[in-house]
Design a protein around this ligand. Structure first.
Ligand code: ADP
Length: 648
């Protein structure tokens, strides 16, 4: 089916128009003729019913036919136009064609009668022009995109001879396109990319596949850069490779950043290793003398008759304890900063635990003349917690409450709250102490930060307690909040995931768990007449302290080294062995324990690791080597008796 072409004839002379009209007689079905007798009429028709082609007389009553040449923004003729004149003039024809008309004819009866043919030819020409313009347009867009692209574009022939480079290539390599075109891509070779790389590249692209990889290339000034490239073959319609197209990106900055990151990571790992090793050393070096200070002074408190001396010894004790608390805090912090995924949560009763846990602080508060109340609103509350962290966090907060309160006292309330179907336990620790200024509230949870700092510092402390408490609570999926009124007091609220259980029949007689009973027994200093302890320890003071702790309680022999311990165990059967892990000899306590375990009669003898801070990983390691428990140094007399009691 042929579409009817809409032809506008602009002709003021009726006779001419009739002649033209007759020429279309035979092809009436293909053309629809419209006539305009002047320019104004033609413009109106073009506006209302745009024609496919215009055939216009040059001279019109109200102007010239060239006024009907319409072009778009790319200077492309919108409607094809043929101009007719009554005279033949070469220069006029050239002028008209320049202006954009597609053809120019001199009116003659023959020509006017044969316009359909002329239209056919002109329309074909016009459609070819349109097609070409469209292609040019596409090519134009593509080349602008390639030229403005932020990636390097190179087109080569099949031998790697450069045919095109974009401005980004010029910018990165420093080679102008004039220089690069006609050269082999090997001008970029730096010698730092392997021959295998180039082999794999050419093998891949010659086989028609795309290749991707990274090069170290050389710029025109000899400096190097990293390029991430993708090279693909370009095929002609017959499927033959005609060119190769390389799209590349300068990744030097990325590479440098990667390298910096790697170096930084290496340094961080190194400093972490160093930190761990410093901590381990510090741990051992501080705990050993602390054991002497605390143990000896504890023994002296029990034995001295002179009141004035007792006071001095009590001070040695409290200073030693303070030193130990700081050490413990630093180690807790480093443990918290390592991967906390090993932490396992279980349900623990809160109220009874709290009463026992805070007993010591209650005594200190009472000695300061403060009240110390524990109000249990929900006695059946169980915390889904890691008990060690939970207790430590509460202790840190209560320690502050007692420390920063001069008059009034401390109230601790245990309660629960349902929030969106989840049960939460909450413990309020409220004091009537010095309070904290509002703008300092954010600072108190930062490590080593205190409200009063510098030389004017009023209170002792490492500034670690609250940051550790907060971290511990958050590791247990809880939250620590603070609310304070300067000069009036502070309330810390500990939120933790909780459950309800039936714990004891009524609040007056909350039953203690078996471990708690044992602790109380230990405090009562029960005698173990038949217990014979072997203590493997290279530090004489620690040996002395431990011996004195067990005076009148149990028999104890000390071995200065692992080898001596093995010999002693061969000669005598001990009921429990306390094994120092960091023995200053070639074999550590774990190896000595393994040897002793093999001796006859020692298969099931409890061997307890006595060591400084034992991280969870350490405890697992001891367990895996068949040690039965851990007694952390420096231990008190009660700790020691409790451990013997537990394992004997
Ligand atoms: P510190 O060892 O100094 O007590 P913390 O991290 O436990 O370190 O506490 C940080 C700071 O927060 C303290 O130095 C103190 O200024 C302030 N702070 C903590 N608890 C209280 C409190 N209950 N009342 C007033 N100030 C407190």
């Amino acid at each position: 089916m042929t579409t009817i072409k809409n032809v506008l004839i602009v002709e003021d002379e009726t006779a001419h128009f009739e002649l033209i009209e007759r020429g279309f007689e035979k092809r009436k079905d293909e053309f629809h003729l419209q006539r305009a007798a002047c320019l104004a009429e033609a413009l109106y028709i073009i506006e209302t019913y745009p024609p496919d082609i215009i055939i216009s007389d040059w001279k019109l009553p109200d102007g010239v036919g060239t006024s009907l040449i319409f072009k778009d923004s790319r200077n492309h003729l919108k409607i094809p136009i043929i101009l007719m004149t009554s005279f033949g003039n070469e220069s006029f024809a050239v002028e008209a064609i320049k202006l954009g008309v597609l053809d120019y004819v001199v009116k003659s009866p023959e020509i006017l009668a044969d316009l359909p043919h002329l239209i056919d030819r002109t329309m074909r020409e016009y459609s070819l022009i349109c097609e070409r313009i469209e292609i040019e347009d596409k090519v134009n867009k593509l080349s602008i995109a390639v030229a403005q692209s932020s990636v390097i574009v190179v087109i080569t022939d099949t031998n790697g001879i450069i045919e095109y480079v974009n401005p980004m290539f010029e910018k990165v390599t420093g080679y102008s396109s004039g220089f690069a075109i006609g050269k082999n891509t090997s001008i970029l070779k730096s010698g730092y990319s392997s021959t295998e790389l180039y082999k794999s590249l050419w093998g891949t692209i010659k086989s028609g596949e795309q290749w991707r990889g990274e090069f170290v290339n050389k710029k025109s000034d000899g400096s190097l850069y990293w390029e991430d490239s993708s090279i693909s073959p370009v095929f002609d319609t017959a499927g033959n490779i005609t060119n190769y197209l390389k799209i590349g990106e300068d990744i030097s900055l990325k590479k440098r950043m990667e390298l910096d990151l790697k170096t930084a990571l290496g340094k961080a790992e190194e400093s972490n290793r160093l930190k761990t090793s410093i901590l381990a050393n510090m741990n051992h070096e501080l705990r050993t003398p602390l054991m002497g200070i605390l143990g000896m002074s504890q023994l002296l408190t029990e034995e001295l008759i002179e009141i004035s001396h007792k006071d001095m010894v009590a001070r040695i004790q409290s200073s030693g304890k303070r030193l130990m608390n700081t050490l413990n805090s630093i180690l807790d912090l480093s443990e918290l900063e390592s991967d906390p995924s090993w932490i396992q949560f279980s349900e623990h009763p809160i109220s009874s635990n709290l009463e026992y846990l805070l007993d010591e602080y209650k005594q200190s508060a009472l000695e300061k003349g403060l009240f110390f109340n524990i109000e249990i609103i929900e006695k059946n509350l169980f915390g889904i917690i890691y008990e060690k962290f939970f207790n430590q966090a509460i202790l840190n907060i209560v320690d502050n409450a007692v420390k920063y309160t001069v008059s009034g006292g401390i109230t601790i309330t245990v309660d629960k709250e349902m929030i969106q179907d989840a049960l939460w336990g909450k413990i309020f620790i409220a004091d009537t102490g010095i309070g904290i200024e509002e703008n300092h509230l954010g600072l108190i949870f930062q490590e080593f930060r205190q409200v009063s700092e510098g030389f004017s510092r009023n209170y002792e402390g490492s500034g670690l307690g609250l940051s550790i408490a907060k971290k511990m609570i958050e590791v247990m999926n809880g939250q620590l909040n603070v609310d304070s009124d300067l000069g009036k007091g502070t309330t810390f609220t500990v939120w933790f995931p909780a459950a309800l259980g039936n714990y004891g029949s009524d609040d007056q007689t909350i039953q203690l768990k078996s471990e708690e009973v044992k602790i109380i027994d230990a405090k009562a200093n029960i005698s173990y007449v038949n217990v014979c302890v072997l203590y493997v320890e290279d530090n004489i003071i620690n040996q002395e302290v431990t011996k004195m702790f067990l005076k009148n309680t149990a028999e104890i022999d000390c071995a200065q080294s692992g080898t001596t311990a093995i010999k002693m165990a061969q000669k005598k059967k001990y009921s429990i062995i306390l094994m120092d892990i960091n023995l200053s000899a070639s074999r550590d306590g774990i190896e000595i324990s393994n040897e002793i375990r093999k001796l006859p009669g020692y298969k099931d003898t409890p061997i307890i690791a006595t060591t400084g801070f034992a991280s969870n990983a350490d405890r697992e390691k001891f367990k895996a080597h068949g040690l039965n428990g851990v007694l952390v140094k420096p231990f008190t007399k009660e700790d020691l008796i409790q451990t013997i009691n537990d394992f004997h």
